[in-house]
Each structure stands twice: as C-alpha cells, then as structure tokens.
Design a protein around this ligand. Structure first.
Ligand code: G4P
Length: 193
C-alpha cells in the first residue's frame, strides 16, 4: 500500500536494529484517514471471503481493525490483555509471549462473541514474531470458528511471524513489508495489497 509506505518513510523512526517507531500515526497518535484507507484495502482484499467478524488484540490493532470491520459491515472484537471483573461468563484464553517485552500475558475473548459459524479476519498493527496472531488463532479455534486470513499493517519480514502463520495454512496479507533496516535505511519488499 503505497500511501502507507510513504507515511512510514516520512514519519517512522528506526530504533536499534529491529524496532520501528510509528507513534505519529499508528501506535499512539492515530491518523484516522490513513486507518480508514487501510481498513478499505483489507475489506477489498477479503470482500468475497464471507467474513463475519474482525478480531484484533488491544491496543494498537483496534484502529485498523475497526475500519476494516466498518468496511466489511461486521462486528470487531478485540482480545483483552487483562482480566476484567465484568468478564464472568465463558472466557477463551491463550498465553502470548512477547519477545520484544519478554513477558507472557494471557489474552482473552468472551466465548459469546464467537461461534462455529464465524469466518474471522484477524487484523494487527505489527507482525514480528507472530505470537499475538498465534494466540488469536488459538482462541478462535477454541470457539470452533475458522480464521480466513491475517491482515497486518506493518510486517517485519526479517522476523519469523509470517512463516509461523503460513505454516498453519492461513494466508497473511501485509500492507507494508519491511525487508531490512540497514544502516538506518528502511527497505521494503513487495506488499500483499
Ligand atoms: P509478535 O506479536 O509478532 O509476536 O511480536 P512481539 O512479541 O515481538 O511484539 C510485542 C509487541 O511489540 C506487540 O505489541 C507488537 O505489535 C509490538 N511490536 C513488535 N515489533 C514492533 C516494532 O518494530 N515497532 C512497534 N512500534 N511495535 C512493535 P503489543 O505490546 O502486544 O501491543 P500494543 O498494546 O503495543 O498494541
């Protein structure tokens, strides 16, 4: 997605050897026009797939997921990272290990929001090691629903997340794919949409 790649080049900052800071438009301040355009690209790509729910994980996945859900005219569900006292009924959970933060968290979705009939599109802001997406795939599987695809705003293609998801037979659609950060220079490879 050319608009997104341009914005990453304009406002993204490389931190260390493998982190991209995009807090100007995605992970802290959010550019809703860009998010809406991103949602439309995901929705176009999956227009014929019969998607019934969009699922993401808090926090930064919510904005692109919500616009994708709006464009597909289906509900958006975000997995919670912290137990909430109002989540009293059947809860589906998965353990997600973050290599970046080196912590394991339990993510959860109320079982009432997913059923065997659901065809789910997972959306997330970053794909790095793939642990967040793997946890969501696990939870959706527990509900007996199927995952049709994983839509990613920014994929760091030099990390193993994409292969991990594709190994389970689920297609990945990334709107920007970063091949490398070399000497502070960001190199893209061809995106999926
Ligand atoms: P994974 O989800 O692909 O396994 O990745 P990893 O464990 O490495 O990432 C943990 C968190 O760091 C995730 O956010 C992920 O989106 C984010 N992340 C990974 N690489 C980058 C990066 O290069 N830049 C930025 N800005 N974030 C990155 P989170 O903590 O689960 O969620 P959130 O609350 O920050 O959305």
């Amino acid at each position: 997605m050319e608009l997104l790649e341009k914005r990453i080049l304009q406002d993204g900052n490389i931190l260390g050897k493998d982190i991209l800071k995009v807090d100007q438009f995605l992970t802290h301040q959010v550019d809703y026009k860009l998010m809406k355009a991103i949602g439309a690209v995901f929705a176009d790509h999956y227009a014929q797939a019969g998607i019934t729910k969009v699922v993401t994980i808090e926090a930064s996945g919510i904005a692109p997921a919500l616009y994708a859900a709006e464009a597909l005219n289906v509900p958006m569900i975000f997995a919670k990272k912290h137990k909430n006292i109002t989540m009293t009924e059947g809860i589906l959970t998965a353990e997600v290990y973050s290599f970046t933060k080196q912590v394991t968290s339990t993510v959860s979705i109320s079982s009432k929001f997913l059923s065997k009939e659901d065809k789910v599109l997972i959306i997330d802001d970053f794909l790095a090691n793939g642990q967040a997406a793997k946890g969501l795939i696990d939870i959706i599987g527990q509900a007996g629903a199927s995952v049709v695809g994983v839509g990613i705003v920014i994929e760091k293609s030099f990390q193993p997340g994409r292969s991990l998801i594709e190994e389970s037979g689920i297609p990945v659609t990334s709107l920007a794919r970063i091949a490398s950060f070399e000497n502070g220079q960001l190199n893209f490879m061809e995106a999926d949409a």
